[in-house]
Structures are given as structure tokens and as C-alpha cells.
Design a protein around this ligand. Structure first.
Ligand code: UDP
Length: 330
């Protein structure tokens, strides 16, 4: 049985669907602070054998109880707060959910003798790039609280390996985009969030899209990021888990497309793919944004056999379909 924390959220739910499609037994644990019951209902409608427990990682007993109730072999730890701008204004929320929550999870694993964990981490741990593309040996120096909390959890895993024999795979995602190809799940977060979702919200609901700064030292002045499809990310979790169980060796992998797009390039790709005009305003820089991040993902390709398939256009189309669905649901 695989425990998926945050399995009602964007990446956790996509990963749960991916594993259930491959006949894995899963138990999803989520407090619905970001995840949604509607997504769990959708998963259970399609896969009635999927298990769900509503609970909060900040409460040790709630997560410990899941290990007592289910025979868990491995953990996919996707539960986290992950909005960079929010982490700058409300770091407490990030330290309590991401760091304390992970500590409780690891302690429950130790108590119940579960040794394998795949962690959803982030390219935010790197901070400003010293060279490009960023490989796993690049120095880590987060420039926002979100990245700092992810780095703290990575450190816990290393220490828990040495002391208690926990084995881990850390997946450092770059910018995850797109939605489920069957439109069952996608990014669903209130307020201003990530680039492509913000663009889709403007297209679907109207309003002016804001570019956060065009005075960066990049090709067109806007920030450059590495955008990778959520279904490709879900595939990587399954591969990471298989790798961990087979090799019992802790590793870190970057997950990206190895290609950097500027904000303006993404904007143009959205306009072209959807054949749509978008009102744009250039605003000042957002706090905590490094100028350029894109990945060297060769290690994941070589060791995990990860082979991302989905195009930027596919991600844009699926994100659009998902945001139309969300609008109709509200
Ligand atoms: N961004 C933007 N307008 C938005 C949302 C994001 O210009 O409405 C920019 C943001 O400043 C960053 C890039 O798009 O340079 C990617 O931001 P996102 O929040 O998607 O991901 P992050 O890299 O911060 O995790």
C-alpha cells in the first residue's frame, strides 16, 4: 500500500490517478486545506478501491493512526503549501505545514517501521542560479521561505536516513503546469497563483494579466522558468518509487524539461495555442523571484528512465479545459 499525502491536491491527485491506473493500492491523506473533496470523489468514483483519510500532518496522532490502520510500504509526500509569494508574507504557515508536517510524517514512519519515501521538493531550493542548466550538484541557497522549508525537509531526510535507515528519493520539480488529460483534476487554488493558471483564470473569467517585472537580466526582461507537465511529473513519482524499492538507495532528481521559457514567451504560446488575445499589464517585480531557473534532468532520464512526453501546447490546452470546468463548477 502506498500512502500519498496531499493526494487531493494538484500533483498528489494526478499521481494517485496514475498509480491507480497501474493497479497499485493507495491511501490518500489530505486535510482539504488546498486539496478538494470533489477531486477525491472523482478518484473514488473511478477507482472504488482507493482509500481516503481526512487528516492533518500537523497533528502527529492523525498521521500515525493511518500507519496503524493500513499496511503501508512506501510514502509519496506531496502535501505542502507551495505558493512562493504567499510564503514571503506568511512564512509561519509554510514552516508549520511543510516543516512540522513533514517531521510528524517522518516520526510516524520511524514508529511504524516504514522506510521508503519520495518527497515532492522544488527547484526553489537552488535560489539564484550560479550556472545553467541547474543539475543536482548546483549549490542550494533558497531566496524565499517556500524554498527554505523544502530544503529543511530535505535535510531531515538525510539525517533520518543516517539515524533511522529511512531511504528517500527527493524530486525537485521545476514549474509544473497543465492538467489531467481526461480533465479529472488540475491546479485548483484560490486567488493569484502560478503563471499558466493565472493566465487561464484571466481568459476564463476576464481581467488583466500582470507580468511581474520586465527588468530582469534575461532575453526579454521577464523571468525564465522551466515548465513541465503534471502527468509527466506523476510518471516520475511511480518511477522514483520503483527505483527506491528496487535499489534501496537515496537520490535527488531534478524534474524539468531542460528548456527555459520567459513569461512573455509563455504568454505568446498561450495566445497562439488558444487563438486568443489577452490584456496585459507590466507591474513591478514580485518578491522572492529568481531571474532564471531551468533544469538539467539527465539524471532522472538516465537512472529512472523518465521520459517526459507532453508538449507545452498540450499543457496549455489541458489547463484551459480544466479552468473552464472549474468555472462551471463554481
Ligand atoms: N508570473 C507573472 N504573472 C503571474 C504569475 C507569475 O509574471 O500572474 C511570473 C513570476 O513572476 C515568475 C514566473 O511567472 O517569474 C513563474 O511564476 P510562478 O508563480 O508560476 O512559479 P514560481 O517559479 O514562482 O514557482
Amino acid at each position: 500500500m502506498i500512502l500519498i499525502t496531499g493526494g487531493a491536491g494538484y500533483i498528489g491527485s494526478q499521481t494517485a490517478l496514475n498509480l491507480l491506473e497501474k493497479d497499485e493500492d493507495v491511501v490518500i491523506f489530505d486535510n482539504f486545506s488546498i486539496g478538494h473533496k470533489e477531486i477525491i470523489d472523482e478518484i473514488i468514483k473511478e477507482y472504488p478501491s482507493a482509500n481516503f483519510v481526512k487528516g492533518d500532518l500537523k497533528n502527529f496522532e492523525e498521521i500515525n493512526q493511518v500507519f496503524k490502520e493500513y499496511k503501508i510500504d512506501s510514502v509519496l509526500h506531496c502535501a505542502a503549501m507551495s505558493i512562493v509569494s504567499e510564503s514571503v508574507v506568511d512564512p509561519q504557515k509554510y514552516y508549520s505545514n511543510n516543516v512540522l508536517g513533514s517531521l510528524n510524517l517522518l516520526d510516524a514512519m520511524v514508529e511504524n517501521n516504514v522506510k521508503n519515501i519520495v518527497l515532492s521538493s522544488s527547484c526553489s531550493v537552488y535560489g539564484e542560479q550560479e550556472y545553467l542548466p541547474i543539475d543536482e550538484k548546483h549549490p542550494v541557497n533558497p531566496v524565499n521561505p517556500y524554498g527554505a522549508t523544502k530544503l529543511a525537509v530535505e535535510g531531515m531526510l538525510r539525517d533520518y536516513e543516517l539515524a533511522y535507515g529511512i531511504k528517500f528519493v527527493i524530486l525537485r520539480y521545476f514549474n509544473v503546469i497543465g492538467a489531467d488529460g481526461k480533465n479529472r483534476t488540475g491546479e485548483w487554488y484560490p486567488g493569484e497563483t502560478r503563471l499558466i493558471t493565472n493566465l487561464m483564470k484571466k481568459i476564463v473569467n476576464g481581467g488583466v494579466f500582470k507580468i511581474f517585472g520586465d527588468d530582469y537580466d534575461t532575453k526579454d526582461g521577464t523571468c525564465v522558468r522551466d515548465y513541465i507537465n503534471v502527468e509527466d511529473i506523476a510518471d516520475a513519482h511511480k518511477l522514483a518509487l520503483d527505483y527506491l524499492v528496487k535499489n534501496q538507495k537515496s537520490e535527488i532528481f531534478n524534474l524539468g524539461s531542460m528548456h527555459g521559457y520567459s513569461v512573455k514567451e509563455i504568454l505568446n504560446a498561450v495566445k497562439k495555442t488558444l487563438n486568443i488575445e489577452i490584456d496585459v499589464e507590466v507591474c513591478k517585480r514580485r518578491q522572492g523571484d529568481p531571474a532564471v531557473l531551468f533544469a538539467d534532468s539527465e539524471k532522472a532520464k538516465n537512472l529512472l528512465g523518465w521520459n517526459p512526453q507532453k508538449s507545452l501546447e498540450h499543457s496549455i490546452e489541458t489547463a484551459y479545459e480544466w479552468n473552464k470546468k472549474l468555472k462551471n463548477m463554481n
